[in-house]
Design a protein around this ligand. Structure first.
Ligand code: 3PG
Length: 395
Protein backbone atom coordinates (compact mmCIF):
# COMPACT_ATOMS: atom_id res chain seq x y z
CA UNK A 1 0.00 0.00 0.00
CA UNK A 2 1.08 3.50 -0.86
CA UNK A 3 -0.11 6.82 0.49
CA UNK A 4 -2.88 6.98 -2.11
CA UNK A 5 -4.47 3.89 -0.59
CA UNK A 6 -4.91 5.57 2.78
CA UNK A 7 -8.04 7.40 1.71
CA UNK A 8 -8.84 11.03 2.50
CA UNK A 9 -6.10 12.31 4.77
CA UNK A 10 -7.50 15.79 5.37
CA UNK A 11 -7.32 16.56 9.07
CA UNK A 12 -5.75 13.19 9.86
CA UNK A 13 -2.61 13.02 11.99
CA UNK A 14 0.00 11.15 9.95
CA UNK A 15 3.15 9.92 11.65
CA UNK A 16 5.97 9.71 9.09
CA UNK A 17 9.19 7.85 9.87
CA UNK A 18 11.89 9.55 7.82
CA UNK A 19 15.64 8.99 7.84
CA UNK A 20 17.02 12.44 8.62
CA UNK A 21 20.32 11.08 9.94
CA UNK A 22 22.64 13.61 8.28
CA UNK A 23 26.29 14.39 9.00
CA UNK A 24 26.83 17.43 11.24
CA UNK A 25 30.02 19.38 11.95
CA UNK A 26 29.86 21.84 14.86
CA UNK A 27 26.06 21.79 14.66
CA UNK A 28 26.09 22.54 10.92
CA UNK A 29 24.61 20.10 8.40
CA UNK A 30 27.36 19.13 5.95
CA UNK A 31 25.20 17.05 3.61
CA UNK A 32 21.41 17.46 3.50
CA UNK A 33 20.79 14.70 0.93
CA UNK A 34 18.62 12.62 3.24
CA UNK A 35 16.51 15.63 4.22
CA UNK A 36 15.93 16.50 0.55
CA UNK A 37 15.05 12.89 -0.22
CA UNK A 38 12.42 12.99 2.54
CA UNK A 39 10.69 16.12 1.24
CA UNK A 40 8.44 14.64 -1.51
CA UNK A 41 6.48 12.37 0.85
CA UNK A 42 6.16 15.03 3.55
CA UNK A 43 5.05 17.60 0.98
CA UNK A 44 2.53 15.22 -0.61
CA UNK A 45 0.98 14.50 2.80
CA UNK A 46 0.86 18.18 3.67
CA UNK A 47 -0.75 19.01 0.33
CA UNK A 48 -3.34 16.32 1.00
CA UNK A 49 -4.31 18.26 4.12
CA UNK A 50 -2.79 15.85 6.63
CA UNK A 51 -1.27 17.02 9.91
CA UNK A 52 2.21 15.67 9.38
CA UNK A 53 4.22 14.47 12.37
CA UNK A 54 7.78 13.51 11.41
CA UNK A 55 9.78 11.16 13.58
CA UNK A 56 13.47 10.40 12.96
CA UNK A 57 16.79 9.72 14.64
CA UNK A 58 20.13 11.47 14.52
CA UNK A 59 23.33 9.62 15.37
CA UNK A 60 23.45 7.03 18.11
CA UNK A 61 22.59 8.69 21.43
CA UNK A 62 22.27 6.27 24.32
CA UNK A 63 18.53 6.28 24.90
CA UNK A 64 18.51 9.63 26.72
CA UNK A 65 18.50 13.28 25.62
CA UNK A 66 21.90 14.47 24.38
CA UNK A 67 21.95 18.02 22.97
CA UNK A 68 24.61 17.30 20.34
CA UNK A 69 22.13 14.94 18.65
CA UNK A 70 19.13 17.26 18.68
CA UNK A 71 17.05 17.27 15.49
CA UNK A 72 16.37 21.00 15.87
CA UNK A 73 18.80 22.12 13.10
CA UNK A 74 17.44 19.35 10.87
CA UNK A 75 13.86 20.54 11.42
CA UNK A 76 14.95 24.05 10.48
CA UNK A 77 16.54 22.80 7.26
CA UNK A 78 13.43 20.77 6.44
CA UNK A 79 11.39 23.95 6.83
CA UNK A 80 13.66 25.78 4.38
CA UNK A 81 13.36 23.00 1.83
CA UNK A 82 9.59 22.76 2.19
CA UNK A 83 9.24 26.51 2.13
CA UNK A 84 6.88 26.39 5.11
CA UNK A 85 7.14 26.68 8.83
CA UNK A 86 7.98 23.42 10.56
CA UNK A 87 7.11 23.10 14.25
CA UNK A 88 9.60 21.38 16.54
CA UNK A 89 8.72 19.35 19.63
CA UNK A 90 11.34 19.32 22.39
CA UNK A 91 10.59 15.71 23.21
CA UNK A 92 9.38 12.68 21.24
CA UNK A 93 6.25 11.50 23.01
CA UNK A 94 5.96 13.80 26.03
CA UNK A 95 4.12 17.00 26.83
CA UNK A 96 5.85 19.03 24.11
CA UNK A 97 5.13 16.41 21.44
CA UNK A 98 1.45 16.21 22.42
CA UNK A 99 0.90 19.95 22.45
CA UNK A 100 2.84 20.45 19.22
CA UNK A 101 0.73 17.83 17.45
CA UNK A 102 -2.48 19.25 18.93
CA UNK A 103 -1.58 22.69 17.61
CA UNK A 104 -1.05 21.47 14.02
CA UNK A 105 -3.47 22.73 11.43
CA UNK A 106 -4.44 20.77 8.31
CA UNK A 107 -1.36 20.66 6.08
CA UNK A 108 0.94 21.59 8.99
CA UNK A 109 4.26 19.83 9.60
CA UNK A 110 6.00 19.08 12.91
CA UNK A 111 9.25 17.27 13.72
CA UNK A 112 9.57 15.35 16.99
CA UNK A 113 12.87 15.40 18.88
CA UNK A 114 15.32 12.54 18.19
CA UNK A 115 13.44 9.28 18.67
CA UNK A 116 16.63 7.65 20.02
CA UNK A 117 16.51 9.92 23.08
CA UNK A 118 14.08 7.26 24.34
CA UNK A 119 15.47 3.89 25.39
CA UNK A 120 12.30 2.17 24.17
CA UNK A 121 13.21 2.97 20.55
CA UNK A 122 16.16 0.61 20.23
CA UNK A 123 15.45 -1.78 23.11
CA UNK A 124 15.91 -5.48 22.38
CA UNK A 125 13.04 -6.18 24.78
CA UNK A 126 9.83 -6.42 22.75
CA UNK A 127 7.71 -5.23 25.68
CA UNK A 128 9.85 -2.12 26.29
CA UNK A 129 9.84 -1.28 22.58
CA UNK A 130 6.14 -1.98 22.36
CA UNK A 131 5.32 0.34 25.25
CA UNK A 132 7.20 3.16 23.55
CA UNK A 133 5.56 2.37 20.21
CA UNK A 134 2.18 2.71 21.95
CA UNK A 135 3.12 6.25 22.95
CA UNK A 136 4.24 7.11 19.42
CA UNK A 137 1.11 5.60 17.92
CA UNK A 138 -1.06 7.66 20.29
CA UNK A 139 0.16 10.79 18.51
CA UNK A 140 -1.29 9.78 15.13
CA UNK A 141 -4.10 8.17 13.16
CA UNK A 142 -1.97 6.58 10.44
CA UNK A 143 1.69 5.71 9.89
CA UNK A 144 3.81 6.21 6.77
CA UNK A 145 7.15 4.42 6.56
CA UNK A 146 9.56 6.51 4.50
CA UNK A 147 12.91 6.16 6.29
CA UNK A 148 14.59 3.75 3.91
CA UNK A 149 17.97 4.07 5.68
CA UNK A 150 16.53 2.47 8.83
CA UNK A 151 14.23 -0.23 7.47
CA UNK A 152 16.82 -2.85 8.42
CA UNK A 153 16.39 -1.90 12.10
CA UNK A 154 13.75 -3.61 14.22
CA UNK A 155 13.07 -0.44 16.20
CA UNK A 156 9.90 1.03 17.67
CA UNK A 157 9.46 3.88 15.17
CA UNK A 158 10.29 1.63 12.21
CA UNK A 159 8.71 -1.68 13.09
CA UNK A 160 6.46 -1.79 16.17
CA UNK A 161 4.51 1.37 15.37
CA UNK A 162 3.44 -0.10 12.01
CA UNK A 163 1.73 -2.90 13.94
CA UNK A 164 -0.31 -0.35 15.85
CA UNK A 165 -1.63 1.96 13.13
CA UNK A 166 -3.04 1.70 9.61
CA UNK A 167 0.09 2.11 7.52
CA UNK A 168 1.53 2.71 4.08
CA UNK A 169 4.90 2.77 2.35
CA UNK A 170 6.21 6.23 1.47
CA UNK A 171 7.42 7.13 -2.00
CA UNK A 172 11.11 7.08 -1.03
CA UNK A 173 11.00 3.56 0.37
CA UNK A 174 9.01 2.40 -2.66
CA UNK A 175 11.58 3.82 -5.10
CA UNK A 176 14.55 2.43 -3.21
CA UNK A 177 13.07 -1.07 -3.05
CA UNK A 178 12.21 -0.95 -6.75
CA UNK A 179 15.81 -0.11 -7.72
CA UNK A 180 17.29 -2.75 -5.42
CA UNK A 181 14.93 -5.31 -6.84
CA UNK A 182 16.29 -4.57 -10.31
CA UNK A 183 19.82 -5.16 -8.98
CA UNK A 184 19.00 -8.48 -7.40
CA UNK A 185 16.48 -10.05 -9.72
CA UNK A 186 17.71 -9.77 -13.27
CA UNK A 187 20.67 -7.41 -13.50
CA UNK A 188 21.71 -6.66 -17.06
CA UNK A 189 25.29 -7.83 -17.62
CA UNK A 190 28.10 -7.06 -17.18
CA UNK A 191 27.15 -6.43 -13.54
CA UNK A 192 30.01 -4.69 -11.73
CA UNK A 193 30.08 -4.02 -7.98
CA UNK A 194 32.46 -1.53 -6.39
CA UNK A 195 33.00 -1.82 -2.66
CA UNK A 196 34.97 0.51 -0.42
CA UNK A 197 34.76 1.90 3.06
CA UNK A 198 36.86 1.08 6.04
CA UNK A 199 35.84 -2.38 7.15
CA UNK A 200 35.70 -5.78 5.47
CA UNK A 201 33.61 -6.94 8.42
CA UNK A 202 30.76 -4.60 7.34
CA UNK A 203 30.73 -6.11 3.86
CA UNK A 204 31.03 -9.85 4.53
CA UNK A 205 27.41 -10.70 3.81
CA UNK A 206 27.27 -8.68 0.64
CA UNK A 207 30.54 -10.08 -0.76
CA UNK A 208 29.35 -13.57 0.06
CA UNK A 209 26.14 -13.01 -1.82
CA UNK A 210 27.61 -11.14 -4.79
CA UNK A 211 30.35 -13.68 -5.48
CA UNK A 212 27.63 -15.75 -7.06
CA UNK A 213 25.95 -12.87 -8.91
CA UNK A 214 28.27 -10.09 -10.05
CA UNK A 215 30.70 -10.39 -12.97
CA UNK A 216 33.35 -8.16 -11.43
CA UNK A 217 34.04 -6.99 -7.91
CA UNK A 218 36.27 -3.90 -7.53
CA UNK A 219 37.61 -3.35 -4.05
CA UNK A 220 39.04 -0.13 -2.62
CA UNK A 221 38.86 1.91 0.57
CA UNK A 222 40.29 0.95 3.93
CA UNK A 223 39.10 -2.63 3.56
CA UNK A 224 41.55 -3.19 0.74
CA UNK A 225 44.51 -3.54 3.08
CA UNK A 226 43.14 -6.66 4.67
CA UNK A 227 42.87 -8.14 1.15
CA UNK A 228 46.42 -7.04 0.26
CA UNK A 229 47.75 -8.53 3.48
CA UNK A 230 45.81 -11.74 2.74
CA UNK A 231 47.75 -11.90 -0.54
CA UNK A 232 50.98 -11.73 1.44
CA UNK A 233 51.82 -8.03 1.06
CA UNK A 234 52.94 -5.73 3.85
CA UNK A 235 50.53 -2.86 4.50
CA UNK A 236 52.53 -0.68 6.90
CA UNK A 237 50.29 1.19 9.32
CA UNK A 238 47.20 0.94 7.12
CA UNK A 239 43.84 -0.21 8.49
CA UNK A 240 43.90 -3.95 8.98
CA UNK A 241 41.41 -6.48 10.30
CA UNK A 242 43.61 -9.39 11.32
CA UNK A 243 40.59 -11.51 12.13
CA UNK A 244 39.30 -11.23 8.56
CA UNK A 245 42.46 -12.42 6.78
CA UNK A 246 41.19 -15.97 6.34
CA UNK A 247 37.84 -14.72 5.12
CA UNK A 248 39.56 -12.52 2.52
CA UNK A 249 41.66 -15.48 1.37
CA UNK A 250 38.53 -17.59 0.98
CA UNK A 251 36.85 -14.84 -1.06
CA UNK A 252 39.84 -14.61 -3.38
CA UNK A 253 39.78 -18.37 -3.81
CA UNK A 254 36.03 -18.54 -4.36
CA UNK A 255 36.19 -15.73 -6.91
CA UNK A 256 38.77 -17.65 -8.89
CA UNK A 257 36.69 -20.83 -8.79
CA UNK A 258 33.46 -19.12 -9.80
CA UNK A 259 34.93 -16.96 -12.56
CA UNK A 260 34.12 -13.68 -10.80
CA UNK A 261 36.89 -11.19 -11.33
CA UNK A 262 38.06 -9.44 -8.14
CA UNK A 263 40.05 -6.32 -8.92
CA UNK A 264 42.31 -4.93 -6.20
CA UNK A 265 44.28 -1.68 -6.55
CA UNK A 266 47.83 -1.98 -7.87
CA UNK A 267 48.94 1.37 -6.46
CA UNK A 268 48.13 3.20 -3.26
CA UNK A 269 48.37 6.79 -2.04
CA UNK A 270 50.17 6.67 1.30
CA UNK A 271 51.07 9.25 3.94
CA UNK A 272 52.77 9.15 7.34
CA UNK A 273 49.69 10.42 9.20
CA UNK A 274 45.91 10.33 8.95
CA UNK A 275 45.47 14.05 8.30
CA UNK A 276 44.55 16.41 5.49
CA UNK A 277 48.04 17.90 5.11
CA UNK A 278 50.13 14.77 5.62
CA UNK A 279 52.51 14.52 2.61
CA UNK A 280 51.04 12.05 0.10
CA UNK A 281 53.04 9.74 -2.17
CA UNK A 282 52.01 7.00 -4.58
CA UNK A 283 53.55 3.55 -4.12
CA UNK A 284 52.95 0.11 -5.61
CA UNK A 285 50.32 -1.82 -3.65
CA UNK A 286 52.94 -4.42 -2.68
CA UNK A 287 55.46 -1.80 -1.52
CA UNK A 288 53.67 0.11 1.22
CA UNK A 289 56.39 1.46 3.55
CA UNK A 290 56.28 0.16 7.12
CA UNK A 291 55.89 3.65 8.63
CA UNK A 292 53.11 4.88 6.33
CA UNK A 293 49.42 4.20 5.88
CA UNK A 294 47.31 3.89 2.75
CA UNK A 295 44.64 6.59 2.43
CA UNK A 296 43.43 6.19 -1.17
CA UNK A 297 43.77 3.97 -4.22
CA UNK A 298 46.41 5.28 -6.64
CA UNK A 299 45.93 6.84 -10.11
CA UNK A 300 46.70 3.61 -12.05
CA UNK A 301 44.08 1.82 -9.99
CA UNK A 302 41.58 4.63 -10.57
CA UNK A 303 42.08 4.22 -14.32
CA UNK A 304 41.84 0.44 -14.12
CA UNK A 305 38.62 0.64 -12.11
CA UNK A 306 37.17 3.15 -14.59
CA UNK A 307 38.10 0.81 -17.47
CA UNK A 308 36.43 -2.11 -15.69
CA UNK A 309 33.26 -0.02 -15.40
CA UNK A 310 33.28 1.21 -18.99
CA UNK A 311 31.14 -1.55 -20.51
CA UNK A 312 29.03 -2.28 -17.40
CA UNK A 313 25.27 -2.40 -17.82
CA UNK A 314 24.55 -2.58 -14.09
CA UNK A 315 26.69 -1.08 -11.33
CA UNK A 316 26.29 -0.97 -7.58
CA UNK A 317 28.79 1.12 -5.63
CA UNK A 318 29.03 1.27 -1.86
CA UNK A 319 31.85 2.88 0.10
CA UNK A 320 34.44 5.51 -0.78
CA UNK A 321 37.81 4.47 -2.26
CA UNK A 322 39.79 6.65 0.13
CA UNK A 323 39.56 9.41 2.70
CA UNK A 324 37.64 11.67 0.31
CA UNK A 325 37.07 14.27 3.05
CA UNK A 326 40.74 15.23 2.55
CA UNK A 327 41.47 16.62 -0.94
CA UNK A 328 44.77 14.76 -1.29
CA UNK A 329 42.99 11.43 -0.86
CA UNK A 330 39.80 12.04 -2.85
CA UNK A 331 40.99 11.16 -6.37
CA UNK A 332 40.23 7.43 -6.23
CA UNK A 333 36.66 8.12 -5.17
CA UNK A 334 36.40 10.81 -7.84
CA UNK A 335 37.63 8.39 -10.54
CA UNK A 336 35.01 5.81 -9.61
CA UNK A 337 32.21 8.39 -9.35
CA UNK A 338 33.15 9.80 -12.76
CA UNK A 339 33.16 6.32 -14.30
CA UNK A 340 29.69 5.72 -12.88
CA UNK A 341 28.35 8.87 -14.52
CA UNK A 342 29.36 7.39 -17.89
CA UNK A 343 27.67 4.02 -17.36
CA UNK A 344 25.19 3.21 -20.10
CA UNK A 345 22.76 1.27 -17.94
CA UNK A 346 21.71 1.28 -14.29
CA UNK A 347 24.21 2.89 -11.89
CA UNK A 348 23.36 2.84 -8.20
CA UNK A 349 25.29 4.66 -5.50
CA UNK A 350 24.44 3.10 -2.17
CA UNK A 351 25.19 4.33 1.28
CA UNK A 352 25.46 7.51 3.24
CA UNK A 353 29.22 7.89 2.73
CA UNK A 354 29.40 7.29 -1.00
CA UNK A 355 26.32 9.45 -1.58
CA UNK A 356 27.86 12.25 0.48
CA UNK A 357 31.15 11.80 -1.40
CA UNK A 358 29.44 12.20 -4.76
CA UNK A 359 27.83 15.46 -3.66
CA UNK A 360 30.90 16.77 -1.87
CA UNK A 361 33.03 16.18 -4.97
CA UNK A 362 30.58 18.30 -6.92
CA UNK A 363 28.95 15.69 -9.15
CA UNK A 364 25.48 16.29 -10.52
CA UNK A 365 23.20 13.78 -8.82
CA UNK A 366 21.18 13.44 -12.01
CA UNK A 367 24.21 11.86 -13.72
CA UNK A 368 23.67 8.70 -11.66
CA UNK A 369 20.85 6.23 -12.11
CA UNK A 370 19.98 6.25 -8.43
CA UNK A 371 21.60 7.56 -5.27
CA UNK A 372 20.35 5.51 -2.37
CA UNK A 373 19.74 7.05 1.04
CA UNK A 374 20.44 3.73 2.71
CA UNK A 375 23.86 2.36 3.63
CA UNK A 376 23.30 -0.64 5.88
CA UNK A 377 19.75 -1.04 4.57
CA UNK A 378 20.76 -1.39 0.92
CA UNK A 379 23.64 -3.74 1.82
CA UNK A 380 21.33 -5.96 3.84
CA UNK A 381 18.84 -6.04 0.98
CA UNK A 382 21.61 -7.13 -1.40
CA UNK A 383 22.68 -9.77 1.11
CA UNK A 384 19.23 -11.25 0.63
CA UNK A 385 18.20 -10.51 4.20
CA UNK A 386 14.67 -9.70 5.25
CA UNK A 387 14.23 -6.08 6.28
CA UNK A 388 11.93 -5.86 9.33
CA UNK A 389 10.71 -2.37 8.41
CA UNK A 390 9.58 -3.63 4.98
CA UNK A 391 8.19 -6.99 6.06
CA UNK A 392 6.01 -5.37 8.71
CA UNK A 393 4.25 -3.28 6.06
CA UNK A 394 2.86 -6.33 4.29
CA UNK A 395 1.87 -8.19 7.45
C1 3PG B 1 22.26 5.14 8.55
O1 3PG B 1 22.92 6.15 8.78
O2 3PG B 1 22.69 4.21 7.85
C2 3PG B 1 20.85 5.07 9.04
O3 3PG B 1 20.38 6.33 9.39
C3 3PG B 1 20.76 4.08 10.16
O4 3PG B 1 21.51 4.52 11.26
P1 3PG B 1 22.07 3.47 12.31
O5 3PG B 1 23.11 2.66 11.61
O6 3PG B 1 22.61 4.27 13.47
O7 3PG B 1 20.90 2.59 12.73
Amino acid sequence: TGIDDLGDLRGKRVLVRSDLNVPLEDGRITDDGRIRASVPTIRALSEAGARVVVTAHLGRPKGAPDPQYSLRPVAARLGELLGTEVAFAEDTVGESARSTVDALEDGGVAVLENVRFNEGETSKDDAVRGAFADQLAALADVFVSDGFGVVHRKQASVYDVAQRLPHAMGALVATEIEVLRRLTETPERPYVVVLGGSKVSDKLGVIDNLLGKADKLLIGGGMVFTFLKAQGHEVGRSLLEEDQLDTCRSYLRRAEESGVQILLPTDIVVAPEFSADSPATVVAADKIPADQLGLDIGPDSGRAFAAALADAKTVFWNGPMGVFEFDAFAEGTRAVAEALTRVDGLSVVGGGDSAAAVRRLGFDEAAFGHISTGGGASLEYLEGKHLPGIDVLSD
